[in-house]
Design a binder for this molecule. Structure first.
Ligand code: SAH
Ligand code: DHB
Ligand code: MG
Length: 223
């Protein structure tokens, strides 16, 4: 890890952003309002948002499920990739985060496509399973990391063959390679990676993602 050049990585990330992610006033104002409301700055990067958007378009997704809304930054990228009749359900524990996200999504022009469900993600997922919710085309997992394996197992009950499952923060600057990572979020990410690697119903890879440090996004498809 000592050889990872943070400065170069940030320059490369900025170079890519300059080429492919033009300034967007609604997204920029949404981040400002989230910060002003005291939300943590742990949204996906601009480049990762563009990546989520492209994958959602490639999957031709009409129904998207997101776990972990925060201020709606990644939600906006996902929702913008949907067709006119598309729908996105996003799960968030914190009512304050949901309130900030609602304003941001409306301002970004995607509010009518997005339903925010407030509560523990595991409860919301179980409710959808029990109620026989129509399968999703794409699922993005980005809430509390210790919950990831449970979110995967429950999410799988809301899929069909071909559903794409993405999950954020799976490298944690390399801490997931420790045999027993010191923090619970790296432990949660490591458990998720191990679950993906040997999962009989999934084909998967982790894409390294440049942020302030090195992180990763998993891409899985349901067999
Ligand atoms: N996807 C967002 C970032 C999400 S940050 C983006 O990139 O823009 C993680 C979010 O998960 C936080 O808003 C946090 O409140 C929420 N969260 C944490 N534990 C949760 C739980 N048990 N159920 C649902 N959401 C949870
Ligand atoms: C954290 C959570 C995230 O979803 C993220 O993208 C970065 C950091 C965190 O809890 O530290
Ligand atoms: Mg994340």
């Amino acid at each position: 890890m000592e050889s990872f050049n943070e400065k170069l990585a940030q320059q490369v990330d900025g170079y890519i952003e300059g080429l492919f992610v033009p300034h967007d006033e609604a997204l920029a104002q949404g981040l400002k309002d989230a910060e002003a409301a005291g939300l943590p700055s742990i949204n996906v990067s601009a480049n990762e948002g563009k990546l989520l958007y492209l994958i959602t378009k490639m999957a031709q997704a009409k129904r998207v499920l997101e776990i972990g809304t925060l201020g709606g930054f990644s939600t906006t990228w996902l929702a913008r990739a949907l067709p006119g009749n598309g729908k996105l359900i996003t799960l968030e524990l914190d009512q304050k985060h949901a309130d900030v996200a609602r304003k941001n999504l409306d301002r970004a022009g995607v509010g009518d496509k997005v339903e925010i469900r407030v509560g523990r993600a595991s409860d919301s997922l179980q409710k959808m399973i029990t109620q026989g919710e129509t399968p999703f085309d794409l699922i993005f997992i980005d809430a509390d990391k210790p919950g990831y394996v449970e979110y995967l197992n429950r999410s799988l009950q809301l899929t069909r063959p071909g559903t794409v499952i993405l999950a954020d923060n799976l490298i944690r600057n390399g801490r997931v390679m420790d045999s027993h990572p010191g923090d619970e979020s790296a432990r949660g990410a490591k458990a998720y990676n191990d679950a993906l690697a040997q999962h009989p119903r999934l084909e998967s890879i982790i894409l390294p993602i440049l942020r302030e440090t090195l992180d990763g996004l998993s891409i899985s498809i349901v067999k």
